[in-house]
Design a protein around this ligand. Structure first.
Ligand SMILES: [Mg+2]
Length: 239
């Protein structure tokens, strides 16, 4: 039986990585005249990975990683005006209007009529709250949870507190590393809805052999897929 369904938010319900990539392009053009590095993208990614444990996920950490990378690749000659421009492109990201993915509202609404429905997102509390408010989807959820990261323990804790445990829970998301694999590890169900622009850090192997793993091409397939799982779970053994 499945009693609680949680949706990831960034790149599952609304666009996110797209805005990081646009900002990264602006960052690269800001630094063009100050550095000869041709692997700026790789240097930035390395800084982001280094800093995840310190700053957590989100735009603020990304901005600090851009500044750190800029200082490195300019041998500490980065002009203060460029630092200010980096801060500005970060601020624009924080103010960017949210862009829902196709079918997001309908999928959540359909699921919420049959299951306890949760928005489970990781990252910066302030920014996630802004996006949730702007999305107009908040009223469709029974609970909203913003967590610093998503691990097996996160799923055990959240589904234990809000539902009847991870084994009767299902997670829908675009990240194999954050949404799918730790939920399966916790003994729950997971539906992977791939997004073409998923951040490199969120990649992992597709757990095709796990019997509680499913994949949907788009969000609008999710409500029927969950219904079919519930029927399957109700079948007596051997049926
Ligand atoms: Mg996501």
């Amino acid at each position: 039986m499945i009693d609680t369904v949680a949706f990831d938010a960034d790149d599952t319900l609304w666009q996110n990585e797209k805005f990081f990539q646009i900002t990264q392009q602006s960052f690269e053009s800001l630094l063009k005249d100050h550095s000869n590095t041709d692997d700026l993208g790789a240097r930035l990614l390395a800084a982001e990975k280094r800093n995840l444990e310190v700053y957590g996920f989100g735009i603020k950490g990304f901005v600090l990683s851009m500044i750190e990378t800029a200082i490195e690749v300019t041998d500490e000659t980065l002009p203060p005006a460029t630092v200010r421009q980096i801060l500005e492109i970060g601020r624009e990201m924080m103010a960017h209007p949210i862009e829902l993915l196709p079918g997001a509202g309908d999928a959540v609404e359909a699921v919420s009529s049959n299951y306890r429905t949760v928005l489970l997102t990781k990252g910066d509390l302030f920014d996630q709250e802004r996006k949730i408010a702007q999305s107009g989807l908040a009223k469709l959820f029974d609970h909203i949870e913003i967590v610093p990261q998503k691990s097996m323990r996160t799923y055990e804790e959240v589904f234990g507190r809000l539902g009847s445990g991870a084994s009767q829970g299902l997670m829908v998301g675009n990240s194999l590393r954050s949404d799918v694999n730790p939920m399966l590890e916790a003994g729950g169900w997971a539906i992977y809805v791939a997004h073409p622009l998923t951040w490199e850090v969120e990649h992992a192997e597709v757990p095709n052999s796990n019997e509680r793993f499913r994949q949907a091409k788009e969000l609008r397939e999710v409500p029927d897929l969950i219904k079919s799982l519930t029927v399957e779970a109700r079948k007596p053994a051997g049926a």
